[in-house]
Design a protein around this ligand. Structure first.
Ligand code: ZN
Ligand code: ZN
Length: 404
């Protein structure tokens, strides 16, 4: 049997005034998902552990069987993955800001006027080589970006140059252990060179003419080393693939060695082409045994505080499941869940456990339709994220007995 894991990002929620006290799942009309729930097993999953508020990075690591306590090495590498930079194990990555410094080198604006335009041009001008180290800079949203160093003998054991305040100079980077000496030297040289390049850049000349703060310095912080994830295919003796529109999730799946299947119109937003995504996943399962599909729209609606939009997006997911999957259930283990809750009332992730359903031919039938946060409480499943792959593998008859 093949495994299809559909992750509606941020699916879990809380009762909403916008929906008469119901959650988006409770309020939504979703006959296909309810059918799968009724004829399969349901329950709740804690993506990391009870009370821990997951990020999408830590929860996806956990769901794929990589303990985030071991493999999550700080925000730098994962933010860098989120910008779409393609990273390799051993790269050193930092979160970074475009900032404004004055003629004396004092920071006058840590966010360079929340610059929006021209950041791609600025970022490309900062890709360089210092000694034997390749340096990549990639813009993110507004003033944010990621700084990545690739080379030999690098270490994240260095201080930040970001002083986290204005009216002072950027800190010079110092190693926090001997391993960090080369990295600190390279970073200090990068700061000096980037100041020169940015100060003379066309984008900044244009900003100066308009009276906007120039993006003439790079502040970086939160450095970490991109972890080496044991290869997914070898770990589980299967061929794994994924479909995702979001750079962060794609980056994690690629680090794990999952094969990316690109589909038409997968945008990582609420306007994404859900039918194309699921069709792409089912097609991919002809050659792969396991497929992860991340659908981001539910999380976005949650962050927007829009429970109605979240409900409607769930209905669109259900429609796509109906069109693509319901006639193809024969040899499939289908799991549907979220990577965490993003209650619209909070506009942020929460630690609330997430409803999950697992359906396959011959599975236990919990008989609980109307799939929601509350309805699944009496179901079979009670999981932590790190259990999920084991449960899916054994559901697909791909697991081995533990013991004699
Ligand atoms: Zn997420
Ligand atoms: Zn989110």
């Amino acid at each position: 049997m093949k495994i299809l894991l559909i992750i509606a990002d941020g699916l879990g929620d809380r009762p909403s005034d916008q929906l008469g006290g119901r959650t988006p799942l409770e309020a939504s009309n979703k006959p296909n998902i309810d059918y799968l729930a009724k004829n399969g097993m349901v329950g709740l999953i804690d993506p990391i552990a009870p009370g821990i508020i997951p990020g999408s990075d830590t929860s996806h690591l956990s769901y794929l069987g990589y303990d985030p306590n071991r493999y999550y090495t700080g925000r730098g590498p994962f933010e860098a993955l989120g910008t779409g930079l393609s990273l390799e194990a051993g790269d050193i990555a930092f979160r970074a800001n475009f900032a404004t410094v004055d003629g004396r080198g004092m920071i006058v604006d840590r966010r360079a006027g929340r610059i929006r335009e021209g950041t791609g041009h600025l970022a490309r001008s900062l890709n360089m080589r210092i000694e034997d180290v390749e340096i990549f800079f990639k813009e993110g949203t507004e003033h944010r970006g990621a700084l990545v160093l690739r080379g030999k003998d690098l270490s994240p054991q260095v201080s930040d140059n970001d002083p986290h305040k204005e009216g002072v100079e950027a800190n010079s980077v110092v190693p926090t252990s001997r391993q960090g000496e080369k990295t600190a030297r390279i970073l200090n040289e990068f700061y000096a060179k980037s100041r020169d390049i940015l100060s003379g850049h066309d984008v900044n000349r244009g900003r100066k003419e308009k009276g906007l703060n120039e993006a003439n310095a790079i502040l970086f912080r939160g450095g970490g080393m991109v972890p080496e994830l044991p290869n997914f295919d070898r770990k589980y003796s299967v061929k794994g693939g994924f479909v995702a529109g979001v750079a962060l999730v794609s980056g994690i799946c690629r680090l794990a060695g999952l094969k990316q299947y690109k589909t038409e119109g997968a945008t990582g937003s609420t306007d994404t082409n859900l039918k194309a995504k699921l069709t792409g996943a089912v097609d991919g399962l002809r050659e792969s045994d396991f497929m992860l599909v991340n659908i981001k729209g539910t999380d976005i609606a949650g962050h927007d505080g829009d429970a109605v939009k979240k409900k409607e997006f769930i209905e669109r997911i259900d429609k796509a499941i109906g069109e693509v999957l319901m006639d193809n259930l024969g040899n499939l283990v289908v799991a549907f869940t979220g990577d965490h809750s993003t209650p619209a009332s909070l506009k942020e992730h929460s630690s609330d456990p997430v409803p999950i359903l697992i359906h396959y031919n011959g599975s236990r039938k919990d008989g609980i339709g109307a799939f929601s946060e509350t309805s699944v409480r009496n179901g079979t499943l009670r999981l932590k994220g790190m259990d999920l792959m084991n449960v899916l593998m054994s559901s697909a008859n791909l697991a081995e007995k533990y013991g004699a």
